[in-house]
Write a protein that binds this ligand. Structure first.
Ligand code: C2E
Ligand code: CA
Ligand code: CA
Length: 383
């Protein structure tokens, strides 16, 4: 990190320019410049279009407090910039993806990046992704998004709950946008980390409001590092161990975990403050045994496809017990996901999966049922 100044950049400016035109891109630059000014920051030099160098905080002249600025890029990224007039569409908005020198870069920065994945469709894909992201942030601000809770249960005593996992849901039951459309769009636009920051803050708030709850929150692989907003959130958790002990952070690998060393540092700090780490969808997606060894998560969730396979006798059907054995050998507590029927629950248990999650034990709901363990880490190494 550079001493004496702090550089931020609108990293999706080229894409905004290509999709909505130069006047919208100029409007986005003006918006960010104005917000930095309103935050009491002195910006002396623009290093290229869309780049800003913060040299001091006008309220504390001479000081660039990097720690207090760490959340700033996410605050700015979460703000909608109305383009109703330019797009001639009610409530149309874009988000500036504001990144700083030490942040993970968003997935796409230029048309060429997207083109290599989506060829001539890139333009429509980026516009649609941004529309989805803007809608999600708007719903969040207006209280039209609420986590629903799904319990991780003990097969032998299903009322005993390890923790409740928070899953993002729109309050409007007729909403057609499903999480598996929303999260890839947030990842592609580089806004997933900003969403995770808001969600983690919300779940910590829930933990404060309910001292009996133990709650899980999903974060994207791109958020599993200490260089951005986690720094201050972690400091907060360290000051409140009674809250930290009841938090489980699930890393969902919808994107590959590129900076594994950073993620390992993140995992150690999370453990040190008393919270627990879970690795999601193990055996599918991008997770590997190497990740398991480097991150040493307290909990490892087996992907739903494994219990489905064993219950349908689909070849190869005997993977689950081996997978569970492997996770246990590496010191993790296993959670079998996707348990839909009594038969699946029995098979998962016979395979060694005591902790289970799925429609059989309960669907995600606004209301949390069952009795939470007050410290999920007490179960680490138990099985
Ligand atoms: P996930 O973390 O693996 O969550 C489990 C998904 O499986 C949820 O889908 C849940 O509703 C569904 N599920 C639960 N039990 C069963 C079952 O018995 N059978 C079947 N077939 N499915 C079951 P959902 O809510 O649609 O979420 C999909 C994914 O979206 C999540 O997968 C997670 O990767 C992501 N996601 C959801 N909420 C958040 C969030 O707040 N932040 C982040 N970063 N990602 C989230
Ligand atoms: Ca999850
Ligand atoms: Ca999962």
């Amino acid at each position: 990190m550079s001493e004496g100044y702090y550089d931020v950049e609108i990293s999706n400016l080229a894409l905004i320019d290509a999709c909505w035109g130069t006047s919208v891109a100029d409007q986005v630059v003006d918006h960010v410049r104005m917000r930095l000014h309103h935050a009491g920051l002195r910006v002396t030099q623009e290093s290229g279009r869309g780049g800003f160098r913060i040299v001091c905080n006008l309220r504390r002249p001479g000081v660039v407090d990097h720690r207090s600025l760490a959340e700033l890029p996410y605050q700015l990224s979460a703000e909608p910039i109305s383009i109703e007039i330019a797009a001639n569409q009610k409530a149309a908005a874009v988000h500036a993806v504001v990144s700083w020198e030490c942040d993970n870069l968003p997935r796409y920065r230029t048309p060429r990046d997207i083109q290599s994945d989506h060829q001539e469709r890139w333009f429509a894909i980026y516009k649609s992704d941004m529309q989805i992201a803007a809608y999600v942030f708007r719903c969040m601000r207006e209280g039209r998004l609420a986590p629903h809770w799904q319990a991780v249960c003990d097969y032998r005593q299903p009322e005993q709950v390890l923790y409740h996992e928070g899953l993002m849901r729109f309050s409007d039951v007729n909403e057609a946008l499903a999480p598996d459309i929303v999260f890839p769009a947030l990842e592609r636009t580089g806004l997933a980390s900003t969403f995770d920051w808001l969600m983690v803050s919300h779940v910590i708030g829930e933990l404060e409001g309910d001292p009996k709850a133990t709650l899980g929150v999903n974060i994207s692989a791109n958020s599993a590092h200490l260089r951005g907003w986690w720094g201050s959130v972690m400091g907060d958790l360290e000051r409140r161990p009674a809250v930290a002990r009841r938090l489980v952070v699930e890393i969902t690998e919808t994107e590959p975990l590129i900076h594994i060393e950073d993620a390992a540092v993140f995992a150690r700090r999370l453990r040190a403050c008393g919270a627990a780490l879970a690795l999601d969808d193990f055996g599918a997606g991008y997770t590997s045994i190497r990740h398991l060894m480097q991150l040493m998560p307290a909990f490892v969730k087996t992907d739903g496809s494994f219990v489905r396979r064993i219950s349908r006798n689909e070849l190869p059907c005997d993977v689950l017990p081996h997978l569970i054995g492997l996770i246990k050998a590496l010191g993790g507590t296993v959670i079998v996901e996707g348990v839909e029927t009594p038969g699946m629950a029995d098979l998962a248990y016979a395979s060694g999966g005591v902790w289970q999650q799925g429609y059989f034990h309960g669907r995600p709901d606004l209301v949390r049922t069952g009795t939470s363990c007050t410290s999920p880490r007490a179960f680490f190494h138990d099985y």
